[in-house]
Write a protein that binds this ligand. Structure first.
Ligand code: FMN
Length: 193
């Protein structure tokens, strides 16, 4: 058995704390994030484990015109589903988000491949969020109604036959960083002989 040294343990504690301190953030400052940093985060993201190396992900970095179209679509979709008041509220909130990255996953494989591809994409998103968190950039992984709406696919020129939307990853500098907690670890661990 190789026992970690005191230095190793300290490094591991730091890494654990970095993972723990990433927080889903809803309110962002207007300040934009350096474009190169986002490209670096995407590059790191795709080092996720990926069975058969299918590389099922695609990262769509939205510019201001596309973001405005997404905000309008949010207004429309939420209004249709839940009424104009909430539609306007959501659209305003979304308009204030400085960075939009849409992650899609190929769905062309058979059922097991699709499941594993989605798992890889989820790992990729976590890589991306952790990388950005380390750089002081907050994120939110969102899967609101627009991400399943045909009009969203049209807007991004995506085919519903070929890809699914893993999520919109909103990013920016946090205005407020929420608190989070997790349940007692013991209820999630079983050790067998
Ligand atoms: C697949 C997935 C989809 C999510 N979709 C949403 C969403 O649509 N809206 C939202 O507020 N948060 C969404 N979240 C973020 C979770 O709500 C968040 O991770 C959870 O509250 C725990 O907070 P933490 O990320 O700060 O630990 C999503 C997270 C995942 C993994």
């Amino acid at each position: 058995m190789i026992v970690p040294t005191a230095t190793d343990r300290q490094e591991l504690r730091k890494l654990a704390e970095r993972i723990r301190s990433r927080r889903t953030t809803k309110l962002f400052l207007k300040q934009p994030v350096d474009h190169k940093l986002i490209l670096d985060a995407i590059e790191v993201a795709r080092w996720a484990p990926n069975h058969h190396l299918t590389e099922p992900w695609h990262f769509h970095l939205l510019g201001p015109a596309k973001i405005a179209e997404c905000v309008q679509l949010t207004r429309t979709v939420v209004t249709e589903l839940k009424g104009a008041k909430l539609g306007e509220f959501k659209a305003e909130a979304h308009a204030a988000i400085p960075g939009w990255l849409v992650v899609t996953c190929k769905t062309s494989g058979e059922a097991l491949q699709q499941r594993e591809d989605y798992a890889s994409c989820a790992c990729a998103v976590q890589n991306l969020m952790l990388y950005l968190s380390e750089a002081g950039v907050a994120t939110k992984w969102a899967t609101g109604a627009i991400t399943r709406d045909a009009r969203f696919f049209d807007l991004l020129q995506l085919s519903e036959q070929d890809v699914m939307v893993v999520g919109i990853i909103w990013y920016g500098y946090a205005k407020i960083t929420p608190q989070q907690k997790r349940s007692d670890i013991r209820q999630f661990v079983t050790e067998t002989d």
